[in-house]
Design a binder for this molecule. Structure first.
Ligand SMILES: [Zn+2]
Length: 214
């Protein structure tokens, strides 16, 4: 269990070092048993967390010791809706979030010009806004689960889940990398989608690779 606590702390530090969250933003959790979730505490800077600061809660979000993250309902919704989910990461990667601010009409990040994105993730939906820390935040996610493992939360942040903490982290990494690439393309004049038959081929190939984030 202590190795797992260290892994969560390492993940928080990496999120902060990559500037995917600031100060007390974001939260990370791991399902350690069917009814037990280890999660970052409420209102603490992710860059300076210690393993003993992490809070153990049950599947209803109750903790005997400490206060779980105020976004625990978002994590619990994922664990309820996605039996395969072992880890959940919520962060505020700035370029990904900026796309939701600047392009409110987008329902997903443009995927059809990036072959590796189609192969590694499939699509990245932009989940409509709901007030952080409320039950609405959990409810708004349901239509996207369990099939989406990487999501932008409009006007807020991003959410990824995986069958391991590393998978959830890779999802966040791929999300912000994609958002950055699209931003550069936009600054250089725009992008061109791949031919429809190639998109179809890549999507079919993704089906054969399974559900995991690559
Ligand atoms: Zn947040």
């Amino acid at each position: 269990m202590s190795a797992l606590r260290n892994d969560i702390i390492t993940c928080c530090v990496r999120l902060h070092q990559n500037a995917w969250l600031a100060a007390c933003d974001g939260n990370v959790s791991v399902r350690t048993a069917p009814d037990t979730i280890l999660i970052t505490p409420q209102g603490r800077a992710k860059a300076s967390l210690q393993p003993e600061d992490l809070v153990e809660m049950d599947a209803e979000g109750h903790a005997h010791l400490g206060s779980p993250s105020s976004e625990k309902l978002m994590h619990l919704t994922i664990y309820q809706q996605c039996p395969l989910a072992k880890a959940v990461i919520h962060a505020h990667p700035p370029i990904a979030v900026a796309w939701s601010l600047a392009r409110p009409q987008l329902t997903e990040l443009v995927a059809n010009c990036l072959s590796e994105l189609i192969l590694a993730v499939g699509a990245i939906p932009i989940v409509p806004y709901a007030r952080p820390g409320t039950a609405a935040m959990g409810a708004v996610l349901r239509p996207y689960l369990p099939h989406s493992r990487v999501m932008i939360l409009a006007h807020h942040g991003a959410l990824t889940w995986g069958e391991s903490l590393e998978e959830a982290f890779m999802g966040m990494e791929r999300l912000e990398h994609t958002a950055r690439t699209l931003l550069y393309a936009r600054l250089l004049g725009g992008w061109q989608e791949l031919p429809p038959e190639e998109i179809e081929f890549l999507r079919a190939k993704r089906q054969t690779l399974g559900e995991r984030i690559l």
